[in-house]
Design a protein around this ligand. Structure first.
Ligand code: HEC
Length: 191
């Protein structure tokens, strides 16, 4: 029941289009969340780019599979945040399926993009009540860029598709084009 009330409140905020995360740039939690996401994403993108250059997409699949969660844990432990990635169409459903809060935010991000907002800057944050107490949660949209298409695009090479299918038989994360909303970074910190 408590959960239901919280979700109703969240969806009311979302449908009102209140993205105070962008409107209040001085909020220290928002700034810290953005910093955490930047650190995580730059390291991941750096390793991904390097692996793609060294061994092509087949080799780079391992970076996404093993390094993405490892970097999230490393950076999270160092900076004191919980870090994850989520999406409405997961490749790794076990790890990256959205929870109820993330699902609402992702749906809202999709609406905001459809209404013409730039995917690069779409973000949302708020304080939620959890069993452990007050937690600040923040999500930032992940746009699809050219680098991603070898594994998430509309024309994934057959040998790459085969390797993806072997690890992720339920993969939903293909068919994207540049500029699409691939998913979001999702970070949280107990207050
Ligand atoms: C070499 C292949 C490859 C490339 C290139 C690649 N990805 Fe992925 N991506 C994967 C794999 C494999 C996973 C599953 C990772 C896991 O098991 O956690 C994944 C997972 C993700 C997820 C987590 C959600 C989900 O679907 O499970 C996001 C978000 C994501 N990729 C975004 C991107 C973006 C953005 C780019 C471009 C900057 C990109 N990827 C480039 C292979 C790739």
């Amino acid at each position: 029941m408590k959960n239901l009330i919280r979700l109703t409140a969240v969806s009311a905020v979302l449908s009102a289009g209140l993205a105070w995360a962008d409107e209040v740039p001085t909020n220290p939690n928002v700034n810290e969340a953005k910093e955490v996401i930047k650190t995580f994403s730059m390291q991941l993108k750096g390793e991904l780019k390097h692996a793609l250059e060294e061994g092509g997409p087949l080799k780079a699949i391992a970076v996404c599979k093993e390094r993405a969660p490892a970097i999230a844990t490393e950076v999270g432990a160092k900076m004191g945040w919980q870090i994850g990635r989520t999406t409405l169409k997961p490749r790794n459903a076990e790890l990256n399926t959205p929870d109820a809060w993330e699902q609402k935010v992702l749906e809202d991000f999709a609406k905001r993009k459809a209404a013409g907002e730039d995917v690069q800057t779409i973000a949302f944050g708020e304080v939620v009540e959890t069993e452990a107490g007050k937690t600040f949660r923040f999500m930032k949209a992940i746009p699809t860029v050219e680098l991603c298409l070898a594994c998430h695009g509309t024309q994934v090479a057959p040998e790459v598709a085969k390797a993806i299918d072997e690890s992720y038989p339920q993969d939903q994360a293909r068919g994207y084009s540049e500029g699409d909303l691939r998913g979001a970074f999702s970070v949280s910190k107990p207050l």
